[in-house]
Every structure is written in C-alpha cells, then in structure tokens.
Design a protein around this ligand. Structure first.
Ligand code: AMP
Ligand code: MN
Ligand code: MN
Length: 326
C-alpha cells in the first residue's frame, strides 16, 4: 500500500499508478478551456490504447470552438453508475479539485490524481504531478505519455498541441519557451493538425462576438495613469449583441493590449454569477491578487469568482491589485 503524499510525484510513480488501475475519469474544470480538455483527452486516448476504460467528466458544456477535439463527443456531466472501486479521477489543469464543479460523486484522496501547472496547487491528490514551469497541463501530460511508452498518434498530438496553443495564446505569451516550441514541432511531425486548431480556436469569430467586443471596448475604463484597464460584460450586453458567455474568452487580452496598459481585468456578470479574468504583462502578480479574493491562476493570467455586486467587484479587485503593486 502506497502512502498518500502531499508532495510532487515523479512521472514514474504516476505511470505505475496508471498501469495499476483499470478505469479512469478524466476531469476538466468548469468553463473548460483547450488545456483542461486537451490534456484529459490526450491522456484518455493513451490509456484507452493500454486497454483501460476511460470516461470524461465536464460540468459545463464543451465550448463550440473546442468540439473539434478528438474525444469531445464523449465528455459528459453524467457518469455511469457501474464504476469499479479502483476508478482513478484524474484532475487536469486545476489547482483545487473544487474547480471541477458540483457534479462529481464524493471522492477520497486515494482516488484522485492531480495533473497541473498552476502556481499554488493544493496537492490534493494521492499523486500530484504538478510542474509549474510547463506552459500547459498538456505538456505536463507529455511526460507521462513518454513514461508510459504509448505510441503517439495524430489525435493525441492534436490534443496536446491544442493545450500549448491555448495556454500560450497562439505562441504569443511569455510561457512560449524554446521547450514549448520544440514540443510543438514534434507534435506537428506526429500529425497534429495545427491549421485546424488555428482556425477553430483563434481565427473564426461569430459576428455577435465581435459586436460584443465593441460594447466591451465602449465600456472600457483606464485608471492608474492608464496602466490599469478594465471593462465588463453583463446579461444585457449579451442580449443586445446575441453573444453568449463563451464568446467572451479572449477579450481580456484586448484590454491588456492597449498602449500603456500593464494590468487588465474583465468582469463578467452572466447568469447570476460574477467571474473576473485578470491579465498582467509581467509587473504585477495577478495570481496573488486573485488569491486574495479566493481565486487563482498564473503570474500573468488569473481569475476568480466574486460574491457581490459589480461595483463592489470593481473596488475589491482594484484594491487587491494595488496590494500587489499596481
Ligand atoms: P480565465 O481568465 O478564466 O481564462 O482564467 C485565467 C487563469 O486563472 C486560468 O489558469 C484559470 O485556471 C485561473 N482561474 C480562473 N478562475 C479561477 C478561480 N475561480 N479559481 C482559481 N483559478 C481560476
Ligand atoms: Mn485552464
Ligand atoms: Mn492551463
């Protein structure tokens, strides 16, 4: 019997555990993105090749622009009732298991594996394979695929390349390291469909989404000598433009891209929930700012869910950013 351990596990330890188990549930975080899904699908495909039973749990619907991913059609909020006792729940791309939502059955640490690259991961699993220097959780999964020795095919490669392209913003963010580019080249040689990812994830925009971006830009506020830019989106703006929450994903980066802006925030008051996306160009640690309000993420990209009104959120987030050096 191997002890549960709140420390970073080795690829070998995790691979041995994966070989021991017969059934897996790959768990993505709420409002799933290309990293949480691509990482889970890639590992799920590899485990299927080893003859394992694999299911995919996603609390929220798969966004339109990620439905092209292999395995996406199998993701579900419902799990079958006949899961064996040795089922391992594999949490990808979340620093806390609660980011998976409310739909999972009650779990103990013994049945949780934590695979991630966020700062401040809670190390909540029996094994915790957390590599903070990796650009995506998919590139963390790559270490496991190599350890397992599973042949990599074009489907697995497309899943992993999607994780890298999503989390590097199409090879633009500062986490686009030489290693990230090397791995991407290897994946393209294995048949990863870069054109498809570019088209689906980055290029094709709904007209309603572009109209919504216009409204968000209309509502933009600049403070702190123009170094802090924030805006918001609410249900009324969605109704006016015909857009929905999925269409808001990248827009915080437009705010950060304005000349002179070092920190950006987009407040999304949608369906009775208030989510905030924070971005920094490197001077202010927005992970630390988000953590002050119960959220998390990375140094330059973080998020949180706020309990309260929009004006209160504007104030609290600004104060948290000031405390981190804005
Ligand atoms: P987003 O702005 O939603 O793209 O999220 C940016 C980063 O912050 C991602 O790495 C998320 O995993 C993380 N993040 C977003 N919301 C939360 C939250 N409520 N709690 C912890 N981390 C979050
Ligand atoms: Mn994510
Ligand atoms: Mn990620």
């Amino acid at each position: 019997m191997i002890e549960s351990q709140a420390r970073i596990s080795s690829a070998r330890e995790v691979a041995d555990e994966l070989r021991r188990r017969s059934c897996f549930v790959m768990v993505s975080h709420v409002k799933p993105d290309g990293d949480t899904l691509g990482a889970g699908f890639a590992l799920g495909l590899a485990l299927k090749r080893l003859g394992k039973r694999v299911l995919y749990f996603a609390e929220d619907a798969i966004p339109r622009n990620l439905r092209f991913l292999p395995e996406a059609q199998y993701a579900s909020r419902q799990l079958p009732s006949d899961l064996p006792a040795d089922t391992l729940f594999v949490f990808c791309d979340m620093s806390d298991w609660r980011r998976a939502g409310d739909g999972l059955p009650a779990l103990t640490r013994e049945n949780m594996l934590d695979i991630d690259h966020h700062l401040g991961n809670a190390l909540f699993g029996k094994f915790n394979f957390v590599l903070e220097t990796e650009c995506s959780t998919g590139s963390v999964v790559m270490h496991l695929l190599r350890e397992l020795g599973v042949p990599l095919d074009a489907s697995i490669a497309t899943c992993i390349l999607t994780t890298i392209m999503t989390d590097t913003g199409g090879f633009m963010h500062s986490n686009t390291t030489a290693d990230a580019l090397d791995l991407s080249a290897q994946l393209i040689r294995l048949g990863a469909d870069k054109e498809k990812i570019t088209e689906e994830v980055f290029l094709r925009k709904r007209v309603a989404a572009t109209k919504l971006l216009g409204r968000i830009i209309d509502e933009m506020t600049l403070k702190h000598g123009g170094s802090y830019c924030y805006s918001y989106v609410d249900d009324a703006m969605l109704a006016q433009t015909g857009a929905d929450g999925e269409d808001t994903e990248d827009f915080v980066n437009v705010l950060l891209g304005q000349e002179g802006v070092n920190v950006a925030a987009l407040f999304k008051a949608i369906d009775g929930e208030l989510r905030v996306s924070l971005r920094s160009n490197g001077g202010v640690n927005v992970q630390a700012a988000a953590a002050r309000l119960g959220g998390g993420g990375h140094f330059r990209a973080s998020g949180l869910t706020f309990k309260g009104t929009l004006p209160n959120a504007f104030e609290s987030v600004e104060q948290a950013l000031i405390a981190e050096g804005l």
